[in-house]
Design a protein around this ligand. Structure first.
Ligand code: 13P
Length: 240
């Protein structure tokens, strides 16, 4: 059984000085007992990696479904691995809904990332109108189809309801637990994700982290805004 994973998705925030400042403060705080991973913008990865404490990890926010070639603006998972990443986010809702990445590209991205030696955190989640139409499970299961054909181990899942991301509206722990349980049932039925942790993401803050992290089926957290500040992220990472 892997430890819970508490991950910081820094999105398109921070420059070099901010990363140095963050770790200057973070490294003076007690090392959390959960596994910790940081997802900075790509050019900040080597700097972040150089400042990590033993056991803390770094990952990319996205990667290409291709290994290398004339693909201007894309990042190969082989490069992410080469600069010290252990993880990569695939299918984050901002990739799907701001940049229009289709679910069909997720399977090839996952496969490529795993072949490069990374552990993907595959993000799924429904939009508000889908939730209101009672389609949460249907939408999440359709997104999970991208895992078909992968090996049984070597990746995690993040359930991030789109309506909860950056909005301050957090899913009720019992609602998140229900979806996490369904995701686990789906994985078990397909013989997939034998070691997969299912993380929750969407408006996680120091004051809701304890309840979320101790709810059934929630194996970690993927934190956006509240991970930018070391004290706030530390409170979340040590919430249980
Ligand atoms: P917020 O924590 O800012 O809602 O972002 C969640 C998220 O998208 C993490 O990947």
């Amino acid at each position: 059984m892997l430890k819970k994973l508490v991950a910081a998705n820094w999105k398109m925030y921070k420059v070099q000085i901010d990363v140095s400042d963050f770790f200057g403060k973070w490294n003076r705080l007690e090392t959390p007992k959960e596994e910790i991973a940081f997802f900075p913008q790509d050019p900040l990865i080597p700097l972040a990696k150089s400042l990590l404490r033993p056991g803390e990890k770094v990952g990319g926010q996205n990667c290409s479904e291709r290994k290398e070639g004339a693909f201007t603006g894309d990042t190969s998972p082989y490069l992410l691995k080469n600069v010290g990443c252990e993880y990569v986010l695939i299918g984050h809702s901002e990739r799907r809904h701001v940049f229009g990445e289709k679910n069909e590209v997720m399977g090839p991205k996952l496969k490529n990332a795993m072949e490069a030696g990374l552990r993907p955190v595959y993000c799924v989640g429904e939009k508000l109108e889908e939730r209101e139409a009672g389609k949460t499970i249907e939408v999440v299961f359709a997104q999970l189809e991208a895992l078909n054909g992968l090996s049984a181990t070597g990746y995690d899942i993040a359930y991030e309801p789109v309506w909860a991301i950056g909005t301050g509206k957090v899913a009720k722990p019992e609602d998140a637990s229900l979806v996490h349980g369904k995701i686990k049932e789906w994985l078990e039925e397909k013989g997939l994700g034998e070691d997969a942790r299912v993380l929750y993401g969407g408006s996680v803050k120091p004051d809701n982290a304890t309840e979320l992290l101790s709810s059934s089926g929630i194996d970690g957290l993927l934190v956006g805004g509240a991970s930018l500040d070391p004290e706030s992220f530390h409170k979340i990472a040590t919430a249980v």
